[in-house]
Design a protein around this ligand. Structure first.
Ligand SMILES: Cc1cc2nc3c(=O)[nH]c(=O)nc-3n(C[C@H](O)[C@H](O)[C@H](O)COP(=O)(O)OP(=O)(O)OC[C@H]3O[C@@H](n4cnc5c(N)ncnc54)[C@H](O)[C@@H]3O)c2cc1C
Length: 423
């Protein structure tokens, strides 16, 4: 009898989940689990690592996943605690042979798996969060071109668009007998207040969002509208579901390709793929540079920021009280909704780094807490890029706030929207 544990991480879906498919094939009995690890945990800047909007989106996503698993005769069990505390106890109680999960190539997550293995557990990890499978690259992923344009050219020259998704598991193994688990099975009841979020978490909501996005032909206008600041439709808003893996980038890219077959390719459909490639690129940089992406100086030779950390400035920036109206509008939108357009992310990040002389890592930590689409690779990669401590050949991206306001909010509609009602 083969008993296995499936550890859901940022892959809260059944469709296109190769790790889950393998676990289903190899298990007679399977326990699906999710671990709440950062609940209440503070980061180095005294901010709770996951704020209210993120938690709400996660809860909705887990509830949706649990419902889907129950329809297949299984369920989802939530625990609070570190993987190296919870998983060995579970494995022992169940007599589980192995733990299956997705591979996350970021230092904290790699360390978790290394620790479990060191404790004698068999942990089977599967890389599955990118649009492209690195095994088809015309280069070793550790040797990938540093600069995005070179990476993109190599990928396009090799004719790579996306890797085909895999199907939902056809047969789902039954749950192991629960008697042996005793109090471990008490599901995690997390202290949290219900928060209104603009997007509902979960695979079924991700699929519904995708369906309406394509039916309304929004890809066609994407390139023209993507730098706007207000509303639901100027960009795709796939990011929250992608971040928790409620939908995979491969499914998304596959649907965009099917859309192109039906209606014809255009610069909007190409640009959506192009942005998904940025997402992949920031993932693959982790295979090449690993922990170096987390140093204060990043990949650069720049000195560390020696300006002492200014708590007052940080709080003013976080709460949208800097006195610079565009920045304050952006930071209030982020705090009030858990989301911010790409353009505003760039502007407020630049302001924190170049105008307020802040440490980019503090800015990244605030984004981690707030963003419902928080994704370790994209957040780290974009902050490094703007700070000139990543792979940007231009060595950083300072944005002129006055010019940005003139270009993107000439009538101050965005500023009024967030400053008048969110003071
Ligand atoms: C400082 C900073 C921090 C960021 N932190 C995150 C983060 O934690 N999580 C996150 O998903 N994105 C992050 N981004 C990237 C980008 O802002 C968001 O992916 C995008 O705004 C999400 O909205 P959307 O789904 O409507 O994007 P769209 O414009 O519709 O793009 C489609 C998809 O392409 C991907 N994408 C688009 N732009 C980027 C980009 N610059 N980098 C990587 N992938 C991209 C996303 O998966 C997105 O869902 C950050 C950008 C900056 C400047």
């Amino acid at each position: 009898m083969s008993v296995l544990i499936y550890w859901f991480r940022n892959d809260l879906r059944l469709r296109d989940n190769p790790a889950l498919v393998q676990a289903c094939l190899n298990a007679d009995q399977l326990l699906p689990v999710y671990l709440h690890q950062s609940d209440g945990q503070l980061n180095a800047y005294g901010v709770e690592r996951a704020g209210g909007h993120r938690k709400q989106f996660l809860r909705d996503s887990l509830a949706d996943l649990k419902g889907q698993l129950q329809e297949l005769g299984s369920s989802l069990f939530e625990f609070t605690g570190h993987p190296n505390e919870v998983l060995p106890r579970l494995a022992k109680s169940l007599g589980a042979k192995a733990i299956y999960c997705e591979q996350i190539e970021a230092p904290e997550e790699l360390k978790q798996v290394a620790l479990l293995r060191k404790m004698g557990l068999d942990v089977q990890t599967f890389w599955q969060s990118s649009m492209l499978d690195p095994q088809y690259f015309p280069f070793e992923v550790q040797e990938m071109p540093d600069i995005f344009t070179e990476f993109r050219r190599a990928v396009e020259a090799a004719g790579l668009k996306f890797t085909n998704p895999v199907n939902t598991p056809e047969i789902f193994p039954s749950l192991p007998p629960m008697d042996d688990l005793g109090e471990l099975v008490a599901e995690a009841v997390l202290d949290h207040e219900q928060i209104q979020v603009d997007y509902l978490g979960g695979e079924s909501h991700a699929q519904a969002h995708l369906k309406q996005y394509l039916e309304r032909r929004l890809p066609d206008s994407y390139k023209k509208t993507r730098n706007q600041l207000i509303g639901q439709d100027y960009s795709s808003k796939f990011s929250p579901w992608l971040a928790l893996g409620c939908i995979s980038a491969r499914v998304l890219a596959g649907e965009i390709a099917a859309y192109e077959n039906r209606y014809g390719a255009n610069d909007g459909t190409y640009w959506l793929w192009f942005e998904l490639l940025w997402r992949d690129y920031f993932r693959f940089l982790h295979f090449k540079f690993g922990k170096r992406l987390y140093q204060a100086r990043g990949l650069s030779k720049l000195a560390e920021n020696v300006t002492p950390f200014d708590t007052v400035k940080f709080e003013q920036w976080c709460s949208g009280d800097t006195g610079e109206s565009l920045i304050d509008a952006g930071m209030r939108e982020l705090r009030a909704s858990g989301y911010l357009s790409n353009r505003m992310r760039q502007i407020v990040a630049s302001y924190w780094i170049y105008d307020l002389q802040g440490d980019w890592r503090a800015g990244a930590a605030w984004f981690e807490a707030q963003l419902i689409d928080y994704d370790v690779y994209s957040n780290q990669g974009n902050w490094l890029y703007i700070a000139g401590r990543g792979t940007d050949p231009r060595g950083g991206r300072p944005f002129n706030v006055i010019k940005q306001a003139q270009d993107h909010d000439p009538q101050a509609i965005y500023r009024r929207l967030w400053l008048e009602h969110n003071g």
